[in-house]
Design a protein around this ligand. Structure first.
Ligand code: BMA
Length: 342
């Protein structure tokens, strides 16, 4: 555990009820760490334009690994790993790109690879990386497995364009792997789930959460952020919502909860956004007014979330939150439903 951020302490009382040592804040569910941004282009061991939208995981040795989207000076992106003991500073960055597009074998990657989401899959004893592969047909979802973030087993494109914002659930649901993703269809940019017996062939596609309409903060597009978090109450999903304005798009974060054994069923959906661009590094950059998490790690207390997010498509920042507080907030701020009625 890193020594800087004290963990939330869950104390068991009478064997059943839990007493919490700290109250949930009324206002901010996520707190930015003072050292933000934690990774920027100046930190990179080779010339790049920007680093942002990093997938995250804890390695077996306790280190945090970020698999960062790095945009080089051709404008195309690749993935590069950074490792740190405390998940905050002291990052050791691979001296060369860790995972590059391979257009000779995977033509769907001709314009680069972006926005990885990492899920550790205990059954496989491997990490599954769902990432965006970009080519003439538009963005699609590709999958790779790894044990060490040095060699990768590529599955190629598993969801054809236009599709992105995908993450694998860490375990099978009723015998099938489940992937949340965001295709764009004539009805809009909504979140879907699909199932597979083998990680290659996907079916039973259905919408699980829809972009709302009109004046809503998440009216124009939504998509999964970091991989779903399994809690006793359901799969907690942090998603981004896009509002298009005359000045451009604003990317903010919302929260929804889905049934544990039927993750296509939305149990609760927060009405308002819970985190949005406020600081200068979130408001000003290559693409202004964007917060875009692709990964998180969970503290040893089982409650603290270390959320890693791309800020303004220019750098990587981190904020901390509490699973318990997010669930409490949903209880009093949720509209229910998947948004299709809005
Ligand atoms: C989304 C994705 C992200 C990016 C965001 C803001 O569509 O492409 O990679 O951070 O737009 O530009």
């Amino acid at each position: 555990m890193n020594p800087i951020i004290p963990p939330v302490i869950l104390q068991k009382e009478n064997g059943s009820k839990q007493k919490h040592s700290n109250a949930c804040a009324d206002q901010s569910l996520f707190t930015r760490i003072p050292g933000n941004p934690i990774l920027s282009r100046e930190d990179w061991p080779y010339p790049i334009n920007s680093v942002f939208n990093a997938g995250a995981t804890r390695l077996s040795n306790g280190e945090t690994l970020l698999l960062c989207r790095v945009e080089d000076r051709t404008g195309l992106s690749h993935l590069c790993a950074a490792r740190s003991e405390n998940g905050i500073d002291g990052w050791r960055i691979d001296s060369r790109p860790t995972l590059m597009a391979d257009p000779a074998n995977y033509p769907e990657e001709i314009w680069g690879i972006e926005d990885p989401r990492i899920t550790y899959v205990p059954e496989l004893e491997k990490y599954a990386i769902a990432y965006t592969s970009f080519a003439r047909g538009g963005p699609g979802v590709s999958l790779a497995l790894t044990r060490d973030f040095r060699t990768f087993e590529r599955y190629g494109v598993i969801m054809p364009p236009e599709d992105k914002d995908a993450a694998l659930l860490p375990r099978r649901i009723n015998g099938y792997w489940a992937m949340v993703h965001r295709p764009v269809t004539p009805t809009g940019a909504h979140m879907w789930i699909s199932y597979s017996p083998d990680l290659r062939y996907w079916g039973r596609h259905r919408v699980i959460l829809a972009a709302r309409r009109g004046g809503w903060w998440d009216a124009n597009k939504i998509g999964l952020c970091s991989p779903p978090i399994e809690t006793p109450k359901g799969w907690l999903m942090i998603y981004h919502g896009v509002r298009q304005t005359a000045a451009g798009s604003i990317y903010r974060l919302g929260l929804a909860l889905f049934d544990l054994e039927k993750p296509e069923v939305c149990l609760q959906r927060g009405s308002s956004w819970m985190f949005g661009p406020e600081t200068s590094y979130e408001r000003i950059g290559d693409v202004s007014d964007v917060v875009f998490p692709c990964g998180q790690t969970i503290g040893a207390d089982g409650d603290t979330i270390y959320l890693y997010y791309g800020a303004a498509d220019s750098c990587v920042a981190m904020a901390t939150g509490s699973i318990r507080c997010l669930l409490e907030w949903l209880d009093s701020n949720s509209s229910g439903g998947d948004g299709t009625e809005q």
